[in-house]
Design a binder for this molecule. Sequence first.
Ligand code: MN
Length: 228
Amino acid sequence: MSKYVIDQPEVTVIPVQGSDASFPIRRIYCIGRNYAAHTIEMGGDPDREEPFFFQKNAQNADTSGEFPYPPESQDVHHEVEMVVALKGGGKNISVEDALDYVYGYGIGIDMTRRDLQSVAKEQRRPWEPGKAFERSAPMSALAPADEVGHPDRGRISLSVNGDLKQEADLGQMIWKVAEQIAYLSRFYDIAAGDVIMSGTPSGVGPVAKGDEILCELEGVASLNVKVV
Ligand code: MN
């Protein structure tokens, strides 16, 4: 008999390349405007101001390879991002120590209901309806850092139906992965199971039902997603 008054909600997991075991998700943090060219296309100033983060829900992660077009939006955009999965954490982690807490890396899409996000920005309301919705974080399997190291260079790209839409090098990130972990740990208790979506390059744009999306992170992971 369960010790809970209802059935325990399922834990959302990410598969691990070459393993039967999987990575259970605790939280998903997403950084905004972390590549200069994307900052400019969103109307911002690419000078290195303080980073900012928002969260998606752990249950928003999805590794099925399908993205159902969500309700209440006519303008859903793709944002390809490197995914960083943590195996530990704490408070006030130093930049020098931060990568010790990384389990592995993958690639994902920060799917965004851009029309709802734009309304939220105009009205100075939270971004949640635009960002944290069902299946809004398609993700690849993770590559363990033990096998691929800690990539700080390499091509990240996204194409839709064979047309290249987003392309950059990880080296162009304004805030590096270690800096993101250190910064987050000033504000939150970082822990094993936390996932960071590390920002998107320029070229974000709309998706439509039937689209075949291919995301690639050089030497680490790839992801195919069909919009249904
Ligand atoms: Mn994003």
